[in-house]
Design a protein around this ligand. Structure first.
Ligand code: GDP
Ligand code: GDP
Length: 436
């Protein structure tokens, strides 16, 4: 499971600036997928010794941040879910009464905390930094979120205090079979689907304790093949059906995505595509995982209604067009058997080895049919291609002026490769390298 690091502090200390820096490498993706919703509160952080979930509490809750916000249920819950808190203060403002009050509250929580003095842009900020010892949270650590100073050291410091987490490799099916994360907003039908996949006899044994942030891993076998389901819903017990609907946990989803080989996104056909579906879709894209979409609850729907949900999906989540859409009824079981066949297919596509000669030949024929544009009177040249990674497949294209390849041409190449290589259910990433 990815460790969870959570940013706290009064408004304007630079939480969202730091959040953006830590999740930035993913920004490039947004350009590749027009319409993608980027979550500004939860993300997978980079630049540390290993990936982690980063949470910006500034965007959570309704109060205008600061102390009132800290008291809000959603924020308290986010704090509870954290493995480590980063308490941000502002080097320019110095230590404020509000900082003192927040520090006091945070100390009571007994969570590991690192005090971060942000906006320490210049090197001679030692004096200001020292002032924050008053907060009683140990040594203040200076960083500049805008310039990046001290950020790597900060992450190393935090990781040294985290419990050990092993590195998961999503490119090979582990011994326990393909790991399949079942994600979707509350009530989409995730638990029903998982029960259906496991078979009725398992229902009674499913009284596993779900925590607020950890998913449950359930190994199972079908037709001699092994799988591990990653259950983000926490198998709701029949006995507690009347319980309050489980709060949508982005952290759980991010961790499930990180641990999965393939994702099943469950959409509630009765509800249509909502904001939470779009956010989830954004996280799926960022994770690069292979994907199968299950449009659930199509029982009792008219033909027109079914068509409507399909076209709504195509319109609102156009960037998930690489995934196969499946209409299912988790409740009645129709279409469910096929899902795992699609999971197998998506995993095979995502992890396939693509040879340099094949990729280069495809590139040549694509270029021949449709040349890259002229830029400043010079034509962009694309020479050869090789595979740069699996799950998701990455194709590295070498040429010159490649930084000027327009978005439309990139999309043309992606579609071309996807079609010719018959890649189903996996995103495909292109990287361009200029070799002079
Ligand atoms: P938040 O309310 O805590 O999320 O704060 P923001 O990230 O919105 O930052 C508030 C302001 O501080 C913005 O104008 C940022 O550009 C600025 N800021 C954030 N980090 C730094 C930094 O390291 N150095 C300087 N000079 N400004 C910063
Ligand atoms: P979760 O929160 O995503 O785990 O959703 P649940 O599996 O708990 O399902 C939420 C509600 O939707 C329950 O009342 C289910 O009985 C119902 N439901 C799930 N799948 C279907 C389906 O295929 N058709 C219909 N009509 N209802 C379903």
């Amino acid at each position: 499971m990815l460790p969870v690091i959570t940013l706290i502090g009064r408004p304007n200390v630079g939480k969202s600036t730091l959040f953006n820096r830590l999740t930035r490498t993913r920004d490039a993706l947004v350009a590749d997928f027009p319409g993608l919703t980027r979550d500004r509160q939860y993300g997978v952080g980079q630049g540390g010794p290993a990936p982690y979930v980063i949470v910006d509490t500034g965007g959570i809750g309704t109060a205008p941040e600061g102390i009132e916000a800290l008291m809000e249920r959603q924020v308290l819950r986010a704090i509870e879910d954290a493995d480590h808190l980063l308490f941000l203060v502002d080097a320019r403002d110095g230590c404020t009464p509000e900082d003192l009050e927040i520090a006091q509250r945070l100390r009571r929580l007994g969570k590991p905390i690192t005090l971060v003095v942000n906006k320490s842009d210049s090197t001679n900020s030692t004096l200001v930094t020292a002032e924050f010892h008053r907060l009683g949270l140990g040594d203040p650590h200076p960083v500049s979120s805008t310039q990046g100073h001290g950020v790597r050291e900060l992450l190393e410091l935090v990781f040294a205090q985290l419990p050990d987490t092993e590195d998961d490799d999503a490119t090979d099916a582990p011994e326990e079979g393909i790991r399949v994360a079942v994600i979707g907003r509350p009530n989409a039908g995730k638990s029903t689907l998982i029960n259906r996949l496991l078979g009725e006899e398992r229902l009674v044994t499913c009284d596993l304790p779900g925590t607020t942030r950890d998913s449950i891993f359930i190994p199972f076998e079908r037709l001699g093949r092994h799988y591990t389901l990653i259950d983000t819903a926490g198998l709701r017990r029949r006995a507690r059906v009347q319980d309050v609907i489980e709060k949508f946990s982005v952290i759980k989803t991010l961790q499930a995505l990180a641990a999965a080989n393939v994702v099943i996104l469950v959409i509630d056909a009765h509800q249509g595509i909502g904001e939470q579906d779009a956010t989830l879709a954004g996280h799926i894209i960022e994770s690069g995982r292979a994907l199968v979409v299950a449009i659930n609850k199509w029982d009792g729907m008219t033909v027109e209604e079914r068509e409507r949900i399909k076209s709504e999906f195509a319109r609102k989540l156009a960037f998930l067009d690489f995934a196969k859409l499946h209409l299912i009824s988790a409740l009645h079981g129709s279409g469910v058997g096929l899902l795992l066949d699609e999971v197998e297919r998506a995993f095979a596509s995502a992890t396939r080895d693509l040879g340099t000669p094949v990729l280069t030949r495809l590139l040549e024929s694509a270029v021949q049919e449709h040349q890259p544009p002229l830029v400043h009177g010079r034509r962009i040249k694309l020479r050869y291609a090789h595979q740069g990674g699996r799950n998701p497949p990455i194709i590295v294209i070498h040429g010159n002026q490649t930084e000027l390849v327009p978005e439309t041409y990139r999309r043309y190449l992606i579609n071309r490769f996807r079609k010719e290589l018959n890649l189903l259910g996996t995103p495909l990433r292109l990287e361009f390298k200029t070799s002079s």
